[in-house]
Design a protein. Structure first.
Length: 192
């Protein structure tokens, strides 16, 4: 998940990179404003808490000197209610920011060309010789559908982008590959 600090430090660059993925950059503006509000709330709340602690110390000294503390105590009750309200607002704001952040995809590298589909991709290099087959070659999308091991429609509904949902033997194959990686990397010092 993208770090809010990246948006805070350079929102225009984040918007530009999102436009490379054909994503709506307006979500960044909304997050930027919500984050500004959040930082302001944090500052306000911390200032009130600091004041509350200072006055609590003053009340303790006044009580020790047998002075009347009723006025200061009633002021602190009002301030404590303000703090409680601001803390609740901050909690709600944090949730809203977190929910929006989950819908922002990874930002592409600077070298990624702008395009509407995979047809706009640029071929950087070819490695090895291209094999010729005496039958029509299917891509992984068609193979996954034909074998009933991948469900791209449900995957897109769940993740909001082009991920596949593994099912049946596809899920078993995925788990086997993960276990294979863990076992092989364990030989090289990787710890589970």
């Amino acid at each position: 998940m993208l770090d809010i600090k990246i948006i805070r430090e350079d929102p225009e660059n984040v918007k530009k990179k999102l436009s490379l993925r054909n994503e709506d950059p307006e979500i960044i503006e909304k997050l930027y404003e919500l984050d500004k509000r959040r930082l302001h709330l944090i500052h306000t709340t911390e200032t009130l808490k600091e004041n509350r602690n200072k006055v609590s110390d003053e009340i303790a000294v006044m009580k020790k000197n047998k002075e009347n503390t009723d006025e200061k105590i009633s002021e602190m009750k009002i301030e404590s209610e303000k703090i409680k309200t601001l803390d609740e607002e901050l909690k709600s704001l944090d949730k809203e920011i977190d929910d929006l952040m989950r819908y922002i995809p990874n930002l592409p590298d600077e070298s990624v060309p702008h395009g509407k589909s995979e047809k706009d991709n640029v071929q950087v290099r070819i490695s090895g010789d291209k094999k010729n087959f005496d039958f029509k070659v299917k891509d992984h999308l068609q193979l996954g559908k034909d074998l009933d091991i991948l469900d791209f429609e449900r995957g897109a509904k769940i993740s909001g982008s082009g991920f596949a949902l593994y099912k049946g033997k596809g899920a078993r194959l995925e788990r086997a590959l993960i276990n294979f990686m863990l076992d092989e990397q364990g030989k090289n010092g990787y710890r589970k």
